[in-house]
Ligand binder design. Structure first.
Ligand code: FAD
Length: 583
């Protein structure tokens, strides 16, 4: 029941597959495992629609992409990381083209680019509105061509194995059989994606439960900037399904209950009659989501059974443009909302979309814990600062997935030698025993239900750590989460089967989510300023003197979080005002 690889990558999404390919390219002698709790093509990357940013044309420059990213992130980005990112992103996207990614093109054959929120030049590459689908397919088929990449599809990692400050592998459950295996490794790369599911309304797939963030946190690696939670301004009510920013990039308008383009009241630009690059609907996501709350306060939103909404209007774009450039938007609206955007208004509301924060890493994915690397949404390098610009995440997966893969390969090669000792194998046996005990704690009906605690946690997060927060509500959330953790101890797995025991997995995911939610509220409580996606009504201004710094939350031996700060790296752009409308 023990397997061994040089590098274990947890996650088969964009970051994980890119990292695995990088390991195989760096040193073909190394064996790489990709462990994924779902079949890799079902990772959340597949659902990315809008596109991937990288400088493509002569009218654009790396400096402009860097500046948009840094100012969009409200100056919390590490500028050395941003400079590396914008430099390497075009090369990575081109590489993907050579591996088979069908980027949309202009009539003359050059790569087509579209406008995106907060980007002042057109630089978002796309493959219709199924960009993530095509990118993930390309990475998956490329990974298949490397024989040394071994896949553990539908295996769930429950813990990291750590000995004397070094990560030496993982314990994972094969979902189809319930078999628990110790998988040792020279290096482990965490690419497990985000944790939008700690909130009730999210664009994120059910699987986005912050597992890797919690695994790293428990193993001793700090989490960075967890208070910065991105709301996307246009999700469908109830399901939270995303209506991509591309809909606004192609000229869609946001209207309040009076049919008025309300963003013109929020210093985000002019109400242009035709789609233009700086039209106010293409302001950054934090500002647009905040404007929605103000419209709500003024009574200018539309009530629905699933909460207040505004309208996204695509009608003036016409069927031809919608079918050519936004076919998936039309399909989603027809299937899940029973409306046709060619002739009808789309009801939308802000929904949790992305975590700017994650496992603290350097530019090569190193976490500070020997042998542990991280990349993708699970990690925080940080290029996203206090607010990620749309279309920067997909290229981030490639640039930093590749960097983490290369660094992990070099580390694994350097420590090759005798395998892990008795202490690691004993930890593996101990974890198997713990999982067996969870199964044995069968209760009918359980004193507490997993779903009840999960819903209570999600509502606490939305109420207290949403688009706007304040000290009192965050302090209340700390207490509420503490109580939920106590209740969690009374939860039992209602299913004893070893075959696809989704109850056991839901239990493990909930325990990860409770850890991650706790780091969000603690970091948010400590940051007494407003910056990007973190808006404190009791501290409405940005405070660079105290908080031009990343928060790092460590797990104390008793399990409680401890927050400290790390200065932001500024290379060329001193903090300034974020200006979108007035220029
Ligand atoms: C609807 C939607 C649209 C988006 N559109 C865009 C866009 O147009 N442009 C853009 O730049 N960004 C976009 N984003 C953001 C971007 O898609 C994500 O941030 C990115 O795809 C995350 O990739 P990842 O590789 O880090 O993780 P994911 O793709 O989420 O993959 C995570 C992997 O980890 C595995 N995993 C997790 N936990 C475990 C565990 N315990 N054990 C084993 N395996 C585990 C999963 O099985 C999965 O394979 C969008 C996001 C959403 C939700």
């Amino acid at each position: 029941m023990t397997a061994s690889h040089d590098v274990v990558v947890i996650g088969g999404g964009g970051a994980g597959l890119r990292a695995a390919i990088a390991v195989a390219e760096t040193d073909p002698r190394l064996s790489v495992a990709v462990i994924s709790k779902v079949y890799p093509m079902r990772s959340h990357t597949v659902s990315a629609e809008g596109g991937a940013a990288a400088v493509a044309g002569a009218d654009d420059s790396l400096d402009e992409h860097a500046y948009d990213t840094v100012s969009g992130g409200d100056w919390l980005c590490d500028q050395d990381a941003v400079e590396a990112f914008v430099r390497e992103a075009p090369r990575e996207l081109l590489r993907l083209e050579h591996w088979g990614c069908p980027w949309s093109r202009q009539p003359d054959g050059r790569i087509a680019v579209r406008a995106f929120g907060g980007m002042k030049k057109k630089r978002t590459w796309f493959a219709a509105d199924k960009t993530g689908f095509h990118m993930l397919h390309t990475l998956f088929q490329t990974a298949l061509s490397y024989r040394d990449i071994v896949r553990y599809d539908e295996w769930f990692v429950s813990t990291l194995l750590v000995d004397e400050g070094r990560v030496r592998g993982v314990v994972a459950i094969e979902l189809a059989t319930g078999r628990v295996e110790t998988i040792t490794a020279g290096a482990v790369v965490v690419c497990t994606g985000g944790c939008g599911r700690i909130y009730p309304f999210t664009t994120n797939a059910n699987i986005k439960t912050g597992d890797g963030m919690a695994l790293a946190y428990r193993a001793g690696a700090p989490l960075k900037d967890m208070e910065f939670v991105q709301y996307h301004p246009t999700g469908l009510p109830f399901t939270g399904i995303l209506i991509t920013e591309a809909a606004r990039a192609e000229g869609g308008w946001l209207l309040n209950k009076d049919g008025y383009r309300y963003l013109q009241d929020y210093d985000l630009g002019r109400p242009e009659p035709v789609p233009v690059l700086r039209s106010m609907e293409l302001g950054p996501r934090d500002r647009l989501s905040q404007a929605f709350v103000h419209e709500l306060d003024k009574g200018r939103t539309i009530p629905t059974p699933h909460g207040p909404v505004v309208h996204l209007d695509l009608r003036h774009l016409g069927a031809e443009l919608i079918d050519g450039k936004l076919p998936f938007v039309r399909e989603l609206c027809l299937k899940y909302q029973n409306i046709d955007p060619v002739g009808e208004l789309i009801p939308v509301r802000p929904v949790v979309h992305y975590m700017m924060g994650g496992i603290h890493t350097d530019m090569d994915g190193a976490t500070g814990l020997d042998g542990l690397y991280a990349a993708g949404e699970a990690a925080c390098v940080s290029i996203n600062g206090a607010n990620r610009l749309g279309s920067n995440s997909l290229p981030e997966l490639l640039v930093f997935g590749a960097r983490a893969g290369r660094a992990a390969a070099e580390y694994a090669a350097s420590v090759a030698g005798p395998g892990p000792g008795a202490a690691i194998l004993a930890q593996g046996r101990e974890e198997r025993r713990r999982l067996e005990l969870e199964l044995a704690r069968y209760a009918e009906p359980g004193p507490e239900r997993i779903a009840d605690i999960r819903i209570a946690m999600q509502n606490t997060m939305e109420r207290s750590a949403g688009i706007y927060r304040d000290g009192a509500s965050l302090a209340g959330a700390v207490q509420a989460l503490h109580r939920l953790r106590e209740r969690f101890a009374g939860v039992a797995v209602g299913d004893r089967s070893r075959t696809f025991n989704t109850d056991l997995i839901a239990l493990l995911e909930l325990s990860f989510m409770l850890d991650v939610a706790e780091t969000v509220v603690h970091s948010a409580l400590r940051r007494e300023e407003s910056r990007g996606a973190h808006q404190r009504t009791d501290f409405p201004g940005r405070d660079d003197r105290r908080y031009l710094a990343h928060s790092l939350v460590h797990r104390e031996p008793d399990g409680s979080p401890r927050v400290e700060y790390l200065p932001v790296t500024v290379t060329r752009w001193s903090p300034g005002e974020r200006v979108y409308g007035r220029q």
